[in-house]
Design a protein around this ligand. Structure first.
Ligand code: KE4
Length: 431
């Protein structure tokens, strides 16, 4: 690999323009002790940086690129739409088309509203749930991340945890007071909150498969328990499927687990790599949203035709074979990482679910935020740098998910496992 000279120069320049030199904190490589690589192009499963180094990519834009980087058909479809106009600020048939696709794949979403990010989707869903129930409190889970809306930046996961600011300054105490944190996979902690705040909980928002403390699967009965509690207390159950939507299955985690939330938030894959988020759910809840109802939410580029085109292209190509192939490769990769750690005598737990996985540098199983936080983040940083030097690009944080795609090959996985054998030896020397 060539020295990242150009990336270093670009980062110095960016740091004088953008706070921390990036437009999203987790990209800054702050927790992995390296200079962020400036990417100039990508194709399939490969990223290329400004210095011409190529990597097998497991960030995949943090999840949207289930079909890989820049598939030919997607580029063609986007070009065709762009030639007819890039943004109308008016309804277009493309929104109907993507809306129909979403409803077919996620039938619980009887009505859908498109926005431009996962954050907009979750913020709006919570506002609607509060209006629908006339209540203010929300229950979320320590270590889950629902975007950067004020209500969610209380013990939040993803970059907030990576940077050690799970509860962000700037969130008014009054707002934080309405956010109640429970423990993931601990239904009793949710019962306790409902008991302590009778008749006050508007919604429970949960990542049905957690991805933002690293990958943590729901324990047996956990999601069913949330469904029962919300039904019993008249609270809205919101599945934040920004990661798991169209990723865990074509119908998301809710189809896989057979649980129907009242509302669902989507992002990432729904835009095929372009900015699209969506929220939706039961018609009688979504009819609250302006202009059908009184709850205001709007967006200049919501339903943007080019973004809709990319989303339609991505969702029309979700097939059983796609999920089977990705899961098979993810299982081989998870096993290879575990074997490499064992051979180097490095404590490692690998959590995997379908096409996502996280190697946690800890000896005990990771089932929630507390056990995830027990991971040795400096070991992860050493591992990350070792993988980068061997042409593999994992997420620059212990508390994120690795994503596979249709573009990842057996050869990619083999190369990654080989690289991990070397990187794990470096970890063993460092810890
Ligand atoms: P965006 O606003 O970043 O599109 O979506 C927010 C969001 C909401 N819900 C879940 C479950 C999410 O994972 C996210 C965003 N995920 C992070 C990565 N874990 C985005 C990467 C970043 O912040 O740069």
């Amino acid at each position: 690999m060539k020295q990242p000279t150009k990336s270093r120069k670009l980062f110095a320049q960016a740091s004088a323009i953008l706070p921390g030199g990036v437009d999203s904190p987790v990209r800054a490589f702050k927790s992995v002790g390296a200079t962020p690589l400036f990417v100039t192009k990508a194709s399939g499963s490969t990223l290329e940086d400004a210095d011409g180094n190529r990597y097998v990519d497991y960030v995949m834009s943090w999840g949207p690129l289930i079909h890989g980087h820049a598939p030919g058909g997607l580029i063609k479809a986007i070009n065709a739409t762009a030639r007819r106009g890039t943004s109308f600020g008016a309804p277009s048939p493309l929104e109907n088309r993507l809306g129909e696709l979403v409803r077919r794949l996620v039938p619980s979403m009887e009505r859908v509203r498109f926005v431009s990010s996962g954050t907009e989707a979750t913020m709006s869903a919570v506002r609607v749930a509060r209006a629908f129930t006339g209540r203010d409190r929300i229950v979320k889970f320590e270590g889950c991340y629902h975007g950067h809306g004020d209500a969610f930046l209380v013990k939040a996961g993803s970059g907030a945890t990576t940077l050690g600011i799970p509860t962000s300054p700037g969130v008014p105490a009054a707002v934080a007071a309405d956010t109640l944190n429970a423990r993931y996979n601990d239904i009793e902690s949710v019962v306790a909150l409902f008991d302590a705040h009778p008749g006050k909980v508007a919604a429970v928002i949960v990542e049905p498969i957690a991805g933002n403390m690293g990958v943590v699967s729901p324990a047996e009965g956990f999601l069913d328990g949330l469904r029962d509690l919300c039904t019993r207390h008249g609270s809205v159950l919101i599945f934040d499927e920004v990661i798991s939507g169209f990723r865990a299955s074509a119908g998301g985690a809710q189809r896989l687990f057979g649980i129907t939330p009242d509302m669902t938030c989507l992002g990432k894959i729904i835009g095929g790599g372009l900015p699209v988020g969506a929220y939706g759910g039961r018609a009688n809840i979504m009819e609250m949203v302006a202009p059908a109802g009184p709850v205001y939410q709007a967006g200049t580029l919501s339903g943007n035709p080019i973004a809709m085109t990319a989303g339609i292209w991505a969702l029309e190509r979700l097939s059983p074979k796609l999920y089977k192939d990705m899961a098979r490769r993810a299982t081989i990769l998870a096993g290879g990482l575990a074997d490499a750690a064992r051979a180097a005598n490095v404590p490692l737990q690998v959590n995997a679910f379908g096409s996502v996985l996280t190697p946690f540098f800890t000896a005990s199983p990771v089932r929630d935020y507390t056990s995830a936080l027990a991971s040795n983040t400096s070991a992860y940083a050493t591992f990350f740098r070792g993988m980068l030097n061997r042409g593999i690009y994992p997420p620059p944080s212990q508390f994120e998910a690795w994503f596979l795609s249709a573009a990842h090959t057996d050869r990619d996985v083999k190369k990654t496992i080989e690289a991990a054998k070397g990187a794990m030896k470096e970890v063993a020397r460092a810890i």
